[in-house]
Every structure is written in structure tokens, then in C-alpha cells.
Design a protein around this ligand. Structure first.
Ligand code: C2E
Ligand code: CA
Ligand code: CA
Ligand code: CA
Length: 277
């Protein structure tokens, strides 16, 4: 027993060491990637399902590992939030997206492009100033930019958050609540914060045709959004049946593989052109 206990301890400690090593390597790699401009913003279309027109885009960050395979943002974003790298990464995303938005606005393409803003980034005292500076630097009309925040932004230090959101609104930006319904349950913030859009989380959309609770939640969110005068968009729409069910319930803005995969800047430019023909 003594022997196996010792082996077990050794097993765990090697396991742990390997994890620490791996995280350290990922952190080094992310530094390297930032320095060498290896992060790339992809875009996914948001569609009005009534007319099949593209009404907006969401910017989604991509990073390839040394073998050329994508590392999931679901892995590297939370890690970057822990080690603070999300601040320079978020800054870099804003620069890339504003440059692209400037290009679209110059070409007369009127789309609202949304950027995911991490809680950590949002809480930086310099955040507002950096947004303002980037808008001026890239000569972008703020009406064409939307920030997607999660409920966590509203829950912590909510008075400060309210002030920052009010300033962003005053600059002319749109604010959207991402993953709506998965975070904190207090709904009172919908009244207190200047919000434009609710994004129905993909976990509810995924099973809404087979799971009565998910269908009920989707319906409740749609009714809530409509009575508060908010825009609604469903994410993770993968099938025509899901799209039709959402339309029937009164949600007509959609995003998901059924319409468009996230793709690089050049490819999304082609997609927008084709869709507008
Ligand atoms: P999110 O903001 O909820 O983004 C939606 C995710 O769903 C994206 O995953 C998108 O590629 C994926 N998706 C879109 N349509 C479908 C569909 O029909 N089916 C399914 N199963 N998935 C779909 P992605 O690109 O892997 O990003 C994961 C998360 O990483 C994002 O979730 C967001 O929280 C975060 N993220 C990505 N880019 C950024 C960024 O630039 N900044 C920050 N702070 N977070 C980011
Ligand atoms: Ca999002
Ligand atoms: Ca989401
Ligand atoms: Ca999500």
C-alpha cells in the first residue's frame, strides 16, 4: 500500500508538472504570437433571416500553433484573462477590427461589427480612453461598432460598469449582452444598464427543438427582449428548422453555421458581396 501510495503521488506530481510546463509554454507562445502579429481576426456574418441579408459581423480571434493547427479561443482567451495578456490582445483585436471597419465604411458597406470584450479588459481604467483613441486613429464611425460583453461585466462593481457603458453609448457604440441567460440571474440590470442587444446563447438554441425547457427559455428571452425594446439575435443556428422555429417565436436576427462560418477578412469580403447580389 505504501508503495502504491508513493507511485500515485509521483504520478500526480508528474501530471501537475506537465500541466505547469504546458501553461508556461502556451504563455510564451502567446507572447511570441503577439510580438510577431500571428493573431488573426476572423468574421462571422449576422443575418436577418426574413430577407437573408447580412446585417452585421462578429469578430472572432484565431491563433495557430506551431504545427499550423488552430488553438481554440475557448482555451487561450480564459488563459489570457488569467495572466493579463488579454489586455494587449484585446487592444490588438480592436486595432485590426477598426482597420477593417474603416475599409468597409469607406466602401459604403454599412454593417455593425461586433467585438468581444473581456471583463478583464473592460475593467481596465484605461479602457474607455483606448477605445476613444482607436476610433479617432482609424477614423471609424462608432455606429458601426458593437461591443459584446457578458453578464459578468454588469455583476461586478456595477456602478463603475454602468458609467463606462454610458460613456461608450455617448461615443455612439452599440452594446450587446453575449451568452444571455447563462450568467448571473438578476434581470434588474436590463433596466439599469444602457443595452441595445440580447444574444440568445447557443446552448439554448442547440436543443430548443428537442428540449421543452430550452424552448421555453428561448421564448422567455425573446418576450423579455421585445417588451424592453431590445434587439434580439440567436447564436449557434445550425439548421433551417432552428431558424424557422426562431422566426416563428419572433427572433429574426441569427448567427450560426447554417448561414456562415467564421472566416478570414478576404473571404468575408467576398461573402458580403455575394450576399448583397
Ligand atoms: P462567443 O463570443 O460566444 O462566440 C461564439 C462562438 O460560437 C465562436 O466560437 C463561434 O465560432 C462559435 N459558433 C458560431 N456559430 C456556431 C454554430 O452554428 N455552432 C456552433 N457549435 N458554434 C458556433 P470561437 O470562435 O471558438 O470563440 C469562442 C469564444 O472565445 C467566444 O465565444 C468568445 O467568448 C471568445 N472569443 C473569441 N474571440 C475573442 C476576442 O477577440 N476577444 C475576447 N475577449 N474573446 C473572444
Ligand atoms: Ca460573442
Ligand atoms: Ca456567445
Ligand atoms: Ca460563449
Amino acid at each position: 500500500a505504501k508503495q502504491s501510495g508513493r507511485n500515485r503521488w509521483q504520478f500526480f506530481s508528474t501530471e501537475l508538472e506537465a500541466q505547469v510546463q504546458e501553461r508556461h509554454q502556451l504563455e510564451q507562445y502567446m507572447h511570441h504570437a503577439l510580438e510577431h502579429q500571428m493573431f488573426e481576426v476572423f468574421y462571422q456574418a449576422k443575418v436577418d433571416a426574413r430577407t437573408n441579408t447580412v446585417i452585421g459581423l462578429e469578430a472572432l480571434l484565431r491563433l495557430k500553433d506551431r504545427k499550423g493547427e488552430f488553438i481554440s479561443p475557448a482555451v487561450f482567451i480564459p488563459f489570457a484573462e488569467e495572466n493579463g495578456l488579454i489586455v494587449p490582445i484585446g487592444q490588438m483585436v480592436m486595432q485590426q477590427v477598426f482597420e477593417h471597419v474603416h475599409h468597409w465604411q469607406q466602401s459604403g458597406i454599412e454593417l455593425v461589427v461586433s467585438i468581444n470584450i473581456s471583463v478583464v479588459q473592460f475593467k481596465q481604467p484605461t479602457f474607455l480612453e483606448s477605445v476613444h483613441a482607436a476610433l479617432l486613429q482609424h477614423n471609424v464611425k462608432p455606429e458601426g461598432i458593437e461591443f459584446e460583453i457578458t453578464e459578468g461585466v454588469l455583476a461586478k462593481n456595477s456602478e463603475e460598469s454602468r458609467a463606462v457603458l454610458a460613456e461608450l453609448k455617448a461615443l455612439g457604440l452599440q452594446i450587446s449582452i453575449d451568452d444571455f441567460g447563462t450568467g448571473y440571474s438578476s434581470l434588474s440590470y436590463l433596466k439599469r444598464f444602457p443595452i441595445d442587444v440580447l444574444k440568445i446563447d447557443q446552448s439554448f438554441v442547440r436543443d430548443m427543438l428537442t428540449d421543452a425547457s430550452d424552448a421555453a427559455i428561448v421564448e422567455a428571452i425573446i418576450n423579455l427582449g421585445r417588451s424592453l425594446g431590445l434587439k434580439l439575435i440567436a447564436e449557434g443556428v445550425e439548421t433551417v428548422d432552428q431558424a424557422q422555429a426562431l422566426l416563428a417565436k419572433g427572433c429574426h436576427l441569427m448567427q450560426g453555421y447554417h448561414y456562415c462560418r467564421p472566416m478570414p477578412f478576404k473571404a468575408i469580403c467576398d461573402y458580403i458581396q455575394q450576399a448583397s447580389r
